[in-house]
Design a protein around this ligand. Structure first.
Ligand code: PBG
Length: 326
C-alpha cells in the first residue's frame, strides 16, 4: 500500500481544480464603500492616514460615486463632516444637512446606487461624543431622540438603509419606531451591534473629524476582551428589529463574526475599519508586504469567518481585482 494514503496536495496541483474547490469566493456584491462628504464646493481634502480617501464636497462625491459604480460596487456608506457642530448633533437632523444633501445629489445622477447612511452624533457634536452629554457622560435616553430624528431625516432624503453606530441601548427600537411612524417601514436597519472601543478607528477620526474632545468611548462601545457580551448586544438589536447586524472592527474580531453568524443565522456585516486599511497601505507603501495580495487575503478571511457583507475602504480596489479575475 502506498504511503501516505491521504494526499491533500492532490487537490492543489492544478489551478482549475484549486478554483473548483475554493470554499470562499469574494464577490463584488459583498462590498460596501465608505465615503466622506463635507461642506463647500470643489473640496477634495486628502485624508493623510488613509491614502486614496478624501473628504469630498457634494459634487465631487457624486463623481467619486461614479467611479465606485464603474468598478461594479453597488453600495456606499456615507459619513458627513458638517460646516458647524452643536451640543446635541442636531445639525445632522435637518433637510439640508450635509449627508441629506449628498444623498439627494447622488440619487439624482445614480438612482441605483444603494446608499447606507451611518447614524451617529460624533461627527456632529462640538465635543465629539456620540450623543448628548449630561454630567460628563453620554446620556443614553436623550441621545435616542436625536438618533431617531437623524434617521428619519436621512430616510426622507432618500437613504436606502439606516446604520446606527452609536452603541446606545435601545436605539434600534427607537429608530425602528420613528421610521415606521414616518411610513419608512420598508427601510432596513443595519445595526453596528457588536462595536468595540477600538484603537483601529484612529484614522477615521481624522477623516470624520470626530475624535472625542475629552475622555473616550469606553462607557458605550464594547470592551475588546468580551465576546459573550457581543452576543447579548446582537440579541438585543435583533429583538428590537435590526434586519442586519454588524461586527466592528473585523480583522481582530473574526471569532466574534463567526459566533454571530453561527448563533443567530442573520445577515452579518463586518466593518474592515480605517486602522486595518491604513496598516495595509503603510506596509504596502514600504514594500514590506504585497498590498493587493494581503488585501484580498484579509477580505476573504472576513468572509470565511461568516460575514455576508464587508464594509471596506478597499472596496473599489478589491472589485477591480475580482473583475479582472473573471
Ligand atoms: C461613528 C463611527 C466611527 C466609525 C464608524 N462610525 C468612529 C468611532 O466610533 O469612533 C469608525 C470607522 C472606521 O474606523 O473606519 N461612531
Amino acid at each position: 500500500m502506498a504511503f501516505p494514503q491521504t494526499r491533500l496536495r492532490r487537490l492543489r496541483y492544478n489551478s482549475v481544480l484549486r478554483d473548483m474547490v475554493t470554499e470562499t469566493k469574494l464577490s463584488v456584491d459583498d462590498l460596501i464603500m465608505p465615503l466622506f462628504v463635507c461642506a463647500g464646493t470643489n473640496v477634495k481634502n486628502p485624508i493623510s492616514s488613509m491614502p486614496g480617501n478624501y473628504q469630498l464636497s457634494v459634487e465631487l462625491l457624486v463623481e467619486e460615486c461614479k467611479k465606485v459604480v464603474a468598478a461594479g460596487v453597488r453600495a456606499v456608506l456615507l459619513f458627513g463632516i458638517p460646516a458647524e457642530k452643536d451640543e446635541h448633533g442636531l445639525v445632522a437632523c435637518q433637510h439640508n444637512s450635509i449627508v441629506q444633501t449628498a444623498i439627494r445629489a447622488i440619487k439624482k445622477e445614480l438612482p441605483n446606487l444603494y446608499i447606507v447612511a451611518d447614524v451617529c452624533n460624533c461627527e456632529y457634536t462640538t465635543h465629539g461624543h456620540c450623543g448628548t452629554i449630561i454630567d460628563g457622560d453620554v446620556d443614553n435616553d436623550s441621545t435616542l431622540v436625536t438618533l431617531a430624528k437623524q434617521s428619519v431625516s436621512l430616510a426622507e432624503a432618500g437613504a436606502d438603509m439606516i446604520a446606527p453606530s452609536d452603541m446606545m441601548d435601545g436605539r434600534v427600537g427607537s429608530i425602528r419606531k420613528a421610521l415606521d411612524e414616518a411610513h419608512f417601514e420598508k427601510i432596513p436597519i443595519m445595526s453596528y451591534a457588536a462595536k468595540y472601543a477600538s484603537g483601529f478607528y484612529g484614522p477615521f477620526r481624522e477623516a470624520a473629524e470626530s475624535a472625542p474632545k475629552f475622555g473616550n468611548r469606553a462607557t458605550y462601545q464594547m470592551n475588546p476582551a468580551n465576546s459573550n457580551e457581543a452576543m447579548r448586544e446582537v440579541a438585543a438589536d435583533i429583538e428590537e428589529g435590526a434586519d442586519l447586524v454588524m461586527v466592528k472592527p473585523a480583522l481582530s474580531y473574526l471569532d466574534v463574526i463567526y459566533r454571530v453568524k453561527t448563533e443567530f443565522n442573520m445577515p452579518v456585516a463586518a466593518y474592515n475599519v480605517s486602522g486595518e486599511f491604513s496598516m495595509v497601505k503603510a506596509a504596502g507603501a514600504n514594500g514590506w508586504i504585497d498590498e493587493a495580495r494581503v488585501m484580498m487575503e484579509i477580505l476573504t478571511s472576513i468572509k470565511r469567518a461568516g460575514a455576508d457583507i464587508i464594509i471596506t475602504y478597499h472596496a473599489v480596489d478589491a472589485a477591480n481585482i475580482i473583475n479582472a479575475m473573471k
